[in-house]
Design a protein around this ligand. Structure first.
Ligand code: BES
Ligand code: ZN
Length: 465
């Protein structure tokens, strides 16, 4: 196997240019899942991914769902090979604000960066660059490694960035076809440019979109101001009251059940040598704010949050317009940690909003997703096999880390397929995911592709459990 792996690694090194072309072709497609104007683009991206899989020896198809399609591919591998389910998402976040990009978001470019060349485009790191790494590793095994040595299923989603509404029904309907021994999810980060990481915790999420309705139409603020309710004033007060002075969320029951990390886990995190100042500097900041008494790593990995993601209402155009708006809107999301029940949190927020409802107003509330925090078992032979593969490429063991972000599919794999996931990703904190000028380091891409190839070899060496 190690001779084959060496051949595969050499092939990956020598075919870098064609890999870049395939990645750039995918990055050129504006597959923004939240924006229905891009529905056709989302489908085009799915079709391209299916083609890449077919070229790599997979039986692959674009499969309909109630929303954007899934791409599913299978390769049988040798008898008794372990069955690995690879997951990535080919949809991307909206690129706005467009004017802050140095180059158009869907015209990928290479530019020089701190760790060498960078690929700059929406989706470069999240998640097209990451899914292309395992597709290319599988392609190389198929082309020069004597065939893919594992049973592999690839599942690529087109609506991860919009809360994965079609995912559970699709997994339920196709559970027997998809159920693997273990899943590999490539949508997270490394610890630093030379240290790989396996993520063992993800925060969950509740996302609400709330509109406070007042007068039946916009009013002249001189004719009516002072005598009628202003939904923007009221919404601002309610939102301003969602945290207390110590940074805690004021909603009744919000912290019910919150599990603190174990002492062993805290010690492990402390030993990582996290550089809080560098982390903050990347965000253009010099200090951290949040819950009193918590370290920065605890604040992003193991404490729940509530953040307002957008406020709209009234007049935002040029100059002044004296108006009392008929309505005001806020989008806000909570990151959840182990022990919190997403449905209970959503109910608690709705209760809080109802109690705070100003006289003369009504709420309309839309939910955009609700998923629990995830913990991945660390004492697993699959994780150890992944470690062996990663160590071969990086000459050091991967560190086990938490992640403040959310990847709903990991919970669904656990509950619907009964399968655990290995979260092996190669992003970096300075990738600007969800932000203008998103990038992915070419060094991360190369190391990640080689890593997936090596992990395939160590999984194959394990055989079926
Ligand atoms: N790739 C991210 C998750 C992530 C974020 C990993 C930060 C590592 C660091 C994923 O695509 C994402 O952004 N997920 C959304 C999920 C939400 C829309 C349900 C998130 O976390 O906001
Ligand atoms: Zn992602």
């Amino acid at each position: 196997m190690s001779t084959s792996l060496d051949t595969v690694l050499a092939h990956l090194d020598s075919t870098h240019e064609s890999q870049m072309q395939r990645l750039f072709d995918l990055l050129r497609i504006p597959s923004v899942s939240t924006d229905s104007d891009h529905d056709a683009d989302v489908l085009t991206a799915a079709e391209l991914c299916a083609r890449y899989l077919t070229e790599s020896g997979f039986k692959a198809a674009v499969r309909e769902t109630t929303g954007h399609p899934m791409v599913v591919g299978h390769v049988d591998g040798p008898p008794n090979a372990p069955h690995i389910l690879y997951y990535g998402h080919y949809d991307v976040q909206p690129p706005d604000p467009l004017e802050l990009w140095d180059a158009p978001p869907f015209e990928p470019v290479l530019r020089a960066g701190a760790n060498g060349e960078q690929i700059v485009a929406r989706g470069a790191a999240d998640d097209k660059g990451q899914l292309m790494m395992f597709l290319e590793a599988l392609r190389a095994w198929n082309d020069v490694g004597g065939g893919i040595p594992i049973r592999a299923t690839v599942l690529l989603e087109g609506e991860e960035e919009s809360g994965s509404p079609s995912l559970d029904p699709f997994l339920e309907a196709n559970a027997d076809e998809l159920r693997p021994d273990v899943c590999i999810v490539s949508d997270t980060g490394m610890w630093n440019p030379s240290t790989p990481a396996i993520t063992t915790m993800l925060r969950g999420m509740v996302y609400l979109d709330v509109t406070l309705h007042g007068p039946s139409h916009d009013l002249h603020s001189g004719m009516f101001g002072g005598a009628v309710v202003n939904p923007l004033n009221e919404l601002a007060k309610i939102l301003g009251g969602l945290h207390d002075a110590s940074g805690r969320v004021t909603i009744d029951g919000f912290y019910d059940g919150v599990q603190n990390p174990s002492d062993a886990q805290l010690t492990e995190w402390n030993n990582l040598g996290f550089d809080a100042s560098a982390f903050l500097a990347e965000a253009g900041l010099s200090s951290s704010t949040g819950e009193a008494g918590c370290s920065v790593l605890e604040r992003i990995w193991s404490r729940p949050t509530l953040d307002i993601n957008g406020i709209t209402g009234g007049y935002g155009g040029e100059g002044a317009k004296t108006v009392i708006p008929a309505q005001a809107n806020a989008k806000f999301s909570c990151r959840l940690v182990p022990g919190q029940d997403p449905a209970a949190i959503e109910a608690a927020i709705r209760r809080h909003l109802d109690q705070a409802l100003p006289e003369g107003c009504t709420w309309s509330i839309v939910s955009h997703g609700c998923n629990p925090a995830i913990q991945v078992p660390t004492a697993s032979p699959w994780l150890e096999a992944a470690q062996v593969g990663l160590e071969k490429i990086w000459n050091r063991r991967a560190v086990l880390v938490g992640c403040g972000g959310s990847i709903p599919v990991v919970g669904s794999f656990q509950t619907v397929l009964g399968a655990d996931s290995l979260l092996i990703g190669f992003g970096l904190d300075d990738d600007r995911v969800h932000s203008p000028n998103e990038k992915f380091d070419v060094a991360s891409y190369r190391g990640g592709t080689r890593s997936h190839a090596a992990v395939i070899a160590s999984m194959a060496a394990m055989g079926r459990p």
